[in-house]
Design a protein around this ligand. Structure first.
Ligand SMILES: Cc1ncc(COP(=O)(O)O)c(C=O)c1O
Length: 399
């Protein structure tokens, strides 16, 4: 294959994003019908029938008593922390997560303490949490990165022994599980994101899953300005309601999720087939411990064997219009807001993983997914085979 780094011509004529929204063409009809109904009813928000139906569908899907729809995942976490009174002290969180996990802690009044990851799952390490446990810690909040569930039994044990709360960021974990147990099934509240990049999206949106109906009632009041009686805000709430249009998109997507996961699995299998023997690449497993939705495909680039660094490979692929990502690099602990909160000792496994990781696109626009995945893999192989030339050109471009 010809490389854009060498010829100047990108392989893809339109940018292929990691996490571009997934919209099956047939989904549109259902969505527009629901939107028509919404317009006819003239109710756009305030827990309308579509938002309520989405909550019912999700409660059934996750086999949980309560699913509370919220405007986005960040607010779902913030309101959950407020609702259970986690508003001071510290929370043990992974540095390998989207910064929203740490930000929501701070907005609630909890200082995030960044812990290292398990190198196999890339999730919060129970052993490092144990080391960082202190009298100030009030909660442990793991993230199920790329839908690989954190070690909930070990974290649950740790939380119980130290008398602290356990919640989980399940933003990536829609239709994922750990040994058959989905988010919400471990007896603790978990929150989801339905952001446009996610496997299941409502444009923007989020949800709290809980078995506790009084917690669900509190969340429903908090998301609606704190109104616990008509015209009487008995508590300090905010506006975090899910609009009807968002719920409509989620509901219209439901019939397509089975096919979606099948296609994403085929893309994954294509990548694995085409990339397994490339020197210097190691593929991140997703389903060794449970079910996954295959929304993410990540690999690790070992520069000495591959011939290019991870960042050089990113540049070479961007020239092809393949907008790969180095999720979640730099870790939260290295972002400006948290720089004065540097973890000690350093997060060895987090640094190792985040300096090598690369996420490839799993959904594509204007091109058949398997054909596209084969092309992306072919370009990666070619970059490795011609690493020296590619490196020379990239260096000249950045000089
Ligand atoms: C792991 C993780 N946590 C939290 C969030 C925040 O969710 P939202 O964007 O819906 O606020 C996201 C993504 O957006 C995420 O990927």
């Amino acid at each position: 294959m010809e490389l854009a780094a060498l010829t100047g011509t990108p392989f893809f004529s339109v940018p292929q994003h990691v996490g571009g929204p997934i919209v099956e063409p047939e989904l549109r009809g259902g969505f527009f019908r629901l939107m028509d109904g919404m317009l006819a009813r003239n109710q756009f928000t305030n827990s309308g029938p579509l938002a309520v139906r989405l909550e019912e569908e999700m409660a059934a899907r996750f086999r949980i008593a309560e699913a509370v729809a919220i405007a986005n995942g960040t607010l779902a976490q913030l309101l959950l922390l407020k609702a259970i009174g986690l508003v001071s002290g510290e929370a043990l969180v992974s540095a390998n997560t989207f910064v929203a996990t740490a930000h929501a802690c701070e907005w609630a009044g909890l200082r995030p303490v960044f812990c290292d990851i398990d190198p196999e799952t890339l999730d919060l390490s129970p052993a490092d949490c144990e080391r960082k446990m202190s009298p100030g810690v009030r909660a442990i909040i793991p993230t199920h990165v790329f839908g690989v569930m954190a070690d909930m039994p070990a974290l649950g044990n740790l939380a119980r022994r130290h008398g602290v709360a356990l919640l989980a960021d399940a933003a990536h974990a829609f239709d994922c599980d750990l040994g058959g147990v989905p988010p919400g099934g471990f007896g603790i509240p978990e929150f989801l994101s339905f952001h446009a990049t996610k496997f299941f999206s409502t444009f923007e949106g989020g949800m709290v899953l809980t078995g506790d109906s009084s917690l669900a009632r509190e969340l429903r009041e908090l998301r609606n300005f704190g109104f616990d009686r008509p015209n009487d805000a008995g508590k300090l709430g905010l506006n975090a309601k899910l609009p009807e249009a968002s719920a409509a998109f989620g509901l219209a997507s439901l019939p397509f999720l089975e096919g979606r996961v099948r296609r994403l699995r085929e893309v994954r299998e294509t990548y694995i087939r085409e990339l397994a023997d490339v020197p210097g690449l190691r593929i991140h497993h997703l389903d060794r411990f449970g079910r996954n939705n295959y929304r993410y495909f990540a690999l690790f680039v070992e520069e000495s064997a591959f011939g290019l660094s991870r960042d050089e490979l990113i540049l070479a692929l961007r020239l092809e219009n393949i907008l790969v990502r180095d999720y979640f690099h730099p870790g939260c602990h290295r972002q400006g807001h948290y720089r004065n909160n540097a973890p000690r000792p350093a997060l060895v496994e987090t640094e190792r993983a985040l300096s090598r990781i690369l996420a490839l696109p799993t959904s594509f626009v204007e091109v058949e997914p398997i054909v596209a995945a084969r092309a992306v893999a072919g370009l990666v192989r070619e970059a490795q085979a011609r690493a020296e030339e590619v490196r020379r050109v990239l260096r000249r471009r950045t000089e």
